[in-house]
Design a protein around this ligand. Structure first.
Ligand code: ZN
Length: 194
């Protein structure tokens, strides 16, 4: 003798408690009373459902849809989210170049008269009223004694050309006064207190 599953109509062995096909609980055919009770219970469930207001049905339905949606979002999210272990960008090497310490600016302390000219020049430097004649060719830094308060310099190009002669007065490596000329036999006259 076989049991016919009330759910999927498949045949099951007589001693089976649950359907081998759909897992539905199989009722003893020899006990029609139980069968009837089951049917009653089933109908009772439907009655309960039908008694529920339409609004509550809608809420339950929406909740179900939301559940499905959530599952889909999680599934798709997992599918398309980038694999964190393989796409981690290596830390960019941010070793910044340290500021150059080899600048060409004069780092000497004290006062200097700096002559910048690509040629011959001559003139005088006056320090606190004491003058000294200077001449040379090309760039030259002339040290001034540290006890000097006023420095004046008059430097003239020794050549008839349009090259620029620049005279700077430096205090601890910084230009405190600067003047230049590009005139033929041009003269730069400069003075400042230091
Ligand atoms: Zn079944």
């Amino acid at each position: 003798m076989t049991k016919i599953c009330p759910n999927c109509k498949s045949e099951n062995t007589d001693d089976a408690t649950f359907c081998q096909d759909c897992g539905n609980e199989l009722l003893r055919t020899a006990d029609p009373g139980t069968n009837k009770n089951k049917k009653t219970n089933s109908r009772g469930t439907m009655d309960f459902w039908n008694k529920q207001s339409t609004g509550r049905k809608a809420v339950v339905g929406i909740a179900g849809i939301c559940c499905i949606g959530l599952i889909l979002i999680v599934a798709f999210g997992g599918m398309f989210s980038p694999d964190k272990t393989t796409t981690t960008t290596p830390a960019t090497n941010t070793t910044s170049t340290p500021p150059s310490t080899t600048s060409n600016t004069t780092t000497a302390t004290g006062t200097q008269v700096q002559i910048i000219y690509d040629g011959a020049w001559s003139g005088s430097i006056n320090t606190d009223g004491t003058g000294q004649s200077v001449d040379g060719s090309g760039n030259k830094d002339i040290d001034i004694p540290s006890n000097v308060n006023i420095v004046a310099a008059v430097i003239q190009k020794s050549e008839d050309n349009s090259q620029t002669l620049t005279v700077n007065i430096l205090k601890d490596g910084k230009i405190v006064k600067s003047a230049s000329t590009s005139a033929s036999y041009g003269v730069v006259s400069i003075s400042t207190s230091v």
